[in-house]
Design a protein around this ligand. Structure first.
Ligand code: UDX
Length: 452
């Protein structure tokens, strides 16, 4: 099939590359000429496992192409994926200007039947706006051409996006006409050979499904984070509670990990946008409003633990940070809990040395050069002379460290773990004070001594 993908951001590039991998002819459009030049040269602008291999293979096979030429792109694909950004407006609603600009271009330049597929996460009702924008352009040209607008939300997780695309749990198609449904079925048939994963529904339900999925996952996390803070007060262990409830098949184990808050490009933005949609429609979403507030609180949890241990005034204190990305296996810093922690510690006068396996370049770009914020080339180097080690992202390489070396390098034997990656008793066995989220201190932990 001939497919155009508009927008070579995260979703567009992964979708384009994976559709080419299944033998389709794919043309990816982006208005950013330097990005397209780099992609043609095989340079991938994001860190995503396996994506470089899939792109290189399909470029070499001449199934995956890149262009900045809007007309060429519109003419190329019968299926036109819109995968441009929908950044949040100041009021939290998704900004649709790029989606609608893409729709207008299609209406302005199409010459035959097109299926326009909304792949970007867009508020309910966007497909109707896309439909109207195309109709408008066709009317200006005084031509009548057939087209369908389909919603096909993505459920890709950063760090596992290629795998998620190639082996989806489900493929949601929101469409109102048979011609489009038939084409979408054919397009996705190779991705669902072991069972039918296609859920065909009306367009608005498909649009809402995407928000509902992310909002539900964010709700589980905020719920567990709130319970974790309560568990600390009660002397209970949130990890045991997690196992205790996860074993109920109605609840399940996924997305119940307490931590230092959720981040990324999706959960914060989509929760905000859905709250906004509720308000716009006279239906305040009370649960989701609390989910967002709980997450804001949770992003300060590591700062609070450090203040409790070292005092309000952190001047003269130096901290080692392991992990900057919002989660492992990505260099994405969007809404990362590390950003909130870094700003808070610097504001209290502390100095920081940070390490992340892949997100350091991105972190420097986002945070800029600060005299109080340094970057280490290894996790070990970050520890030098620090008052405490703070773990913000659970990269695999942090999971089995040499605790006796950590003990030796730190000025104070303090490890603050925002992702519960160690067994408290094990860390305490190295004579380290270990603070994690929602868990009891181990028996042989030291008493908390303020201002040590
Ligand atoms: C998410 C959705 O999972 C995906 O389906 C959607 O398409 C885009 O948004 P992503 O943002 O890549 O994907 O990351 P995800 O793995 O879902 O994690 C989001 C955040 O939640 C991270 O900050 C992570 O650390 C946090 N999280 C996740 C928890 O704090 N606890 C958990 O149990 C799971």
């Amino acid at each position: 099939m001939k497919i155009t993908v508009i927008g070579t951001g995260y979703v567009g590039l992964v979708s384009g590359a994976c559709l080419a991998e299944m033998g389709n002819d794919v043309l990816c459009l982006d208005l950013d000429a330097s990005k397209i030049a780099r992609l043609k040269d095989g340079q991938i602008p994001i860190f995503e496992p396996d994506l470089d291999g899939v792109v290189a293979r399909n470029v070499a096979a001449r199934r995956l192409h890149f262009t900045t030429d809007v007309e060429e792109a519109v003419r190329f694909g019968t299926i036109q994926f819109i995968a441009v950004g929908t950044p949040p407006d100041e009021d939290g609603s998704a900004d649709l200007q790029y989606v609608l600009a893409a729709a207008r271009n299609i209406g302005r330049l199409m010459t035959d039947y097109k299926v326009i597929v909304d792949k970007s996460t867009v508020p309910v009702g966007t497909a109707d706006k896309v439909h109207a924008a195309i109709a408008d352009e066709l009317a200006k040209r005084d031509v009548q051409l057939p087209y369908s607008v389909v919603s096909n939300p993505e459920f890709l997780k950063e760090g596992a996006a290629v795998e998620d695309f190639m082996k989806p749990d489900r493929i949601v198609i929101g469409a109102d006409d048979d011609r489009a449904i038939h084409l979408m079925r054919a397009l996705y048939a190779p991705f669902q050979r072991n069972r039918d994963k296609l859920l065909v529904m009306d367009v608005r339900s498909a649009e809402l499904t995407k928000y509902a999925a992310n909002a539900m996952l964010a709700t589980r996390i905020s719920f567990m984070n709130e319970l974790a803070l309560l568990a600390e007060k009660l002397g209970a262990d949130i990890e045991l509670v997690r196992q205790g409830i996860g074993s109920d098949p109605r609840i399940g184990y996924s997305f119940l990990y307490a931590g230092c808050g959720y981040g990324g490009s999706c959960f914060p933005k989509d929760v905000k946008a859905l709250i906004r949609t509720g308000n716009d429609n006279g239906h305040a979403l009370q649960v989701l409003t609390a989910v967002e507030a709980a997450n804001d609180t949770q992003k300060s949890v590591l700062e609070k633990k450090l203040v409790q241990r070292f005092g309000e005034d952190l001047r003269g204190h130096h901290f080692a940070l392991w992990g900057l990305a919002f989660k492992p296996d990505t260099d994405d810093m969007r809404e990362a809990p590390s950003l909130v922690l870094i700003e808070a510690l610097l504001a209290r006068g502390a100095t920081i040395c940070a390490y992340d396996p892949v997100a350091m370049t991105e972190a420097k770009r986002v945070l800029g050069e600060r005299p109080s914020l340094g970057y280490a080339s290894t996790p070990d180097n970050a520890l030098e002379g620090a008052d405490a080690l703070v773990i913000v992202t659970e990269w695999k390489e942090f999971r089995s460290p040499d605790f006796s070396r950590i003990k030796k390098q730190l000025r104070h034997p303090v490890v603050v773990d925002g992702r519960n990656i160690y067994q408290p008793a094990l860390v305490a066995g190295f004579d380290l004070e270990y603070y994690s989220i929602g868990r009891k201190q181990a028996e042989n932990d030291k008493e908390i001594t303020r201002n040590a």
